[in-house]
Write a protein that binds this ligand. Structure first.
Ligand code: MGD
Ligand code: MGD
Ligand code: MO
Length: 761
């Protein structure tokens, strides 16, 4: 029945396996030229090669093994493509024409080769020299009435060196406005965990997975977004460690895996099972589920007496009595209704948790991108603290980070909320006076642009307006600016939101050779387990005109700050000098240049690994998140997810292999029972409407293994359903993953919309 609908079927294989190898072969064939280029793939994650620009999952220490995955290969081939968007391309295609292209088509056209500016007279992007580009940007920057009217966006691919120079530029210019991709991603982690355990990062190492007695995976999809994690999970599964999943959707990458790197496995009919239990929690039901687990843990303690780690709780924590009272006040009726899981299911999760000595809890966007994202994160920490699951091998918290260096960018200063001590050291290191006023996060930046309070957007990577909620508001906000500067490898839709002055500046990618005055340069990155290591690009740049990110940042800084005393050229000439300055500002980077030259790099300090809690009282905190015991029915909630063939707003292809979708993205995944109740059939066209009257029209509804009351659609097509005002008040993270909606059969007269263009063109 399912094969009657175009592009919708079932995927029966495991994650990985021959499907993954086939996909790698296809991406190499469509993007790359010769076998010399494909050698790039063999450089990935090698001690003297480059860090994979895909995800932030760490590599085995001192690796010389061959560690790459299907989606890492897509990230590299997409960057190392032979396709180019050169001046001829922009002469042939006007900006208006390019607007009608899908996001896939825009980036698939190839790598940028020359600086461009938008010419409103002709409606074309035209080549300019670097000198002219910098001068045009500098003129607007110097004319700004206040430094705080500029927004410095950073996406998480930028290296530590580029990001450090970028924050220096912004602070020397006079603002802490650092909207960054982290604000849309793990901000709930960065905000929530410091209050709980004194650091806004994960606490486990890769080796901890070998010692874990149970692993929980809540709200993340590693088969697609962190595929190298599947090898780690498979190893745990083979040892017999239970892997407990909580996810509204059944994701193949959490069910079973066949490693494409093990030939015996590839030729055997068996795949490694991953999840030992799979709980389809309702969208947004995680806090109730976590409270339920804690309630069951307390009940087990009452029955057995050996479940809580009393010694740890007494010595290392505060707030236990408050948490216990809050959990006791939660009724099973409320927990079941709010989580969508039965009491028995939650008790079984708690049983596994309480029986395992060392537990790791992993989580991703399914936890953070809700109005209560910070509470979700802190509830995970509460659960771990109850049994002292910090500071011993095999235990801890593991946020699955986003971009490959998003954690490093934050470490070296990309934050709108800088600490005074850091600013003081920055000022001493460079003889500047940094602004003390805190700046804008991503939502605040777009709001300021929308209201005319900000007039400049400089973007170090990313596709800000497309990644944010509410394209109508965000697209208009960028179009209203005096200056938009896009430092990118590939042209994207945000470039087409032309301001009074619009510049597109092409930069080198991670894989490419970076030649500066002192010779070839390399950069450093931090993975999601706080390991800092080197990344060395080797491939030829896409054109001789393309410059490195540090060089572009320095060029913009010099043009914007005519009286600057900072030796920008010196720093760019030799990145060792940038690293020396990072060390001056961040003491944790002591002997940076020396330690990062050791293969595998070094670890930054993570207090909880040694039971050191950098909180005001020096203790870890149990935190209470009161709820009201509402009994009214939950609305239908829609979550937005990544397909297997996308990297955020970069759409590699319109396929989503593990969910059985081919050649399209205009899909709403729904539970069969809900569809029956709504009178909708598999393959029907529907309109999705939010309570605020936002609509997504003419998408096709398909039956899927998803929790009751839960719907899913792809990001960014469904971003038009998320209001800019719907975010977690604690962290500012947009509530991309719990949108209350209703469904109706599509009205025939539905006009075409941007979302439809993006999904299908
Ligand atoms: N290939 C590839 N790799 C990537 C990326 C990419 O786009 N492509 N993006 C990178 C970035 S920036 C990030 S942040 C990470 C994202 O990595 P993930 O966090 O894995 O990303 P998502 O696809 O947004 O969603 C993850 C899962 O959350 C589940 N989910 C949705 N709502 C809920 C909920 O309410 N509760 C629970 N428990 N689960 C829920 C979905 O079913 C889905 O399986 O990956 C990084 N790596
Ligand atoms: N509805 C919904 N919206 C979401 C999410 C969701 O789950 N649901 N997830 C959110 C999350 S977690 C994130 S992180 C954001 C992502 O937001 P962004 O980080 O802003 O978006 P990307 O799509 O990763 O950026 C793609 C662009 O980066 C540029 N690029 C690639 N490599 C490089 C490089 O090496 N250097 C430079 N300078 N540029 C480069 C390319 O030109 C490409 O067009 O989206 C958020 N938006
Ligand atoms: Mo992210």
């Amino acid at each position: 029945m399912s094969d009657q609908i175009k592009g919708v079927g079932d995927y029966k294989g495991p994650a990985g396996g021959w499907g993954a190898l086939g996909a790698v072969a296809r991406t190499v064939r469509t993007q790359m030229k010769t076998s010399t280029d494909t050698r790039a793939l063999l450089q990935m994650n090698q001690p003297d090669g480059f860090d994979c620009p895909g995800c932030a999952w760490p590599d085995p220490k001192h690796t010389s093994s061959f560690e790459f995955c299907e989606n890492g290969a897509k990230a590299v081939t997409w960057e190392a493509t032979v396709k180019r968007v050169d001046p001829d391309f922009f002469a042939r295609h006007s900006a208006t024409e390019l607007w009608s292209w899908s996001d896939h088509q825009l980036e698939d056209a190839g790598r940028l080769t020359t600086p461009l500016r938008y010419d409103p007279q002709t409606d074309h992007f035209v080549p300019v020299s670097w000198e002219e580009a910098f001068a045009r940007a500098g003129a607007v920057m110097q004319a700004l009435p206040q430094a705080d009217m500029a927004e410095f966006y950073c996406s998480g691919r930028a290296s530590n060196e580029a990001a450090f120079l970028y924050q220096l530029f912004a602070r020397a210019f006079g603002t802490n406005n650092f909207p960054d991709c982290s604000n849309m991603c793990h901000e709930a982690t960065s905000t929530g965990l410091p209050v709980s355990i004194g650091i806004g990062k994960g606490t486990v190492t890769l080796e901890d997975f070998d010692d874990a007695d149970a692993i929980f995976c809540i709200g993340h999809n590693p088969g697609t977004n962190h595929p190298r994690m599947l090898a780690t999970l498979a190893a745990a599964s083979k040892r017999g460690a239970p892997i407990i999943v909580a996810n509204p959707m059944r994701e193949r990458g959490l069910e079973r895996f066949k490693s494409p790197q093990h030939m015996t496995e590839m030729f055997s009919p068996h795949a490694t099972p991953l999840a030992s239990a799979y709980h389809q929690v309702g969208i947004g039901g995680d806090l109730a589920m976590l409270k339920g687990m804690m309630k069951a843990v307390f009940a087990l303690e009452d029955a057995r007496g050996d479940v809580l780690d009393h010694d740890f709780i007494a010595r290392h924590t505060e707030g236990f009595a408050g948490l216990k009272a809050d959990i006791e006040a939660a009724s099973w009726d409320w927990i079941e209704a709010s989580s969508g899981l039965s009491r028995e299911a939650i008790e079984s999760m708690a049983q596994v948790y309480a029986s395992a000595k060392n537990v790791i809890i992993c989580y991703g966007m399914g936890i953070t991108q809700h109005k209560n994202g910070t509470q979700n994160v802190q509830a995970i920490a509460n659960l771990l603290l109850l049994r002292g699951n910090f500071g011993r091998p095999g235990a801890g918290i593991c946020p699955l980070r986003g971009h490959s260096n998003v954690q490093g960018d934050r470490t070296v200063g990309i934050t709108e909320l800088p600490a005074e001590a850091m600013l003081a050291r920055l000022d001493t290191a460079f003889g500047i006076t940094s602004p003390r006023k805190h700046g804008h996060n991503a939502v605040e930046a777009l709001t300021a642009m929308r209201e005319g309070r900000s007039k400049v957007l400089i973007a170090l990577g990313g596709n800000l307006a497309v990644a944010m909620p509410d394209p109508e508001a965000c697209f208009a906000a960028v179009r209203s600016l005096d200056l938009s500067v896009n430092i990118l490898t590939k042209f994207n839709r945000t470039c087409l939101l032309t301001a009074k002055e619009t510049l597109v500046l092409p930069c080198l990618g991670r894989t490419e050779l970076d030649l500066q005055a002192a010779g070839p340069q390399w950069v450093t990155v931090e993975d999601s387990m706080s390991m800092v290591h080197a990344s060395r690009g080797k491939l030829a740049p896409p054109s001789p005109l393309v410059r490195s990110e540090p060089a572009i940042v320095a060029g913009l800084a010099k043009a914007s700050l005519p009286h600057t005393a900072i030796d920008w050229d010196g720093l760019v000439g030799n990145y060792d000098l940038i690293r020396n300055k990072i060390e001056e500002v961040y003491p944790d980077f002591r002997d940076f240049n020396e330690r990062v030259r050791v293969p595998g790099g070094f670890s930054l300090t993570v207090g909880p690994r040694n039971r050191v809690w950098n909180t005001p009282s020096g203790k870890a905190q149990f935190l209470v998140h009161p709820h009201t015991e509402e009994t009214q029915a939950r609305p239908l909630l829609l979550t937005t997810i990544r397909s297997h063939d996308q990297y955020n707003t970069t759409i590699y292809s319109l396929d989503d292999r593990y969910r059985g979708v081919t050649g399209r993205r205009d899909i709403i995944f729904a539970n069969e029972v809900d569809m029956d109740m709504l009178g909708l059939a598999h393959g029907d066209k529907v309109d999705v409407t939010t309570t605020a009257g936002r609509t997504l029209k003419g998408f096709t509804i398909v039956r899927h293994a998803i929790a009751r009351g839960s719907l899913a659609a792809y990001y960014p097509e469904a971003n038009c359903l998320v209001p800019l005002e719907d975010f977690d008040p604690a962290s500012g993270t947009p509530a991309y993953k719990s949108i209350p909606v209703s469904l109706a059969p599509a009205r025939e007269d539905a006009p075409g919309e941007t979302a439809a263009v993006m999904a299908t063109a």
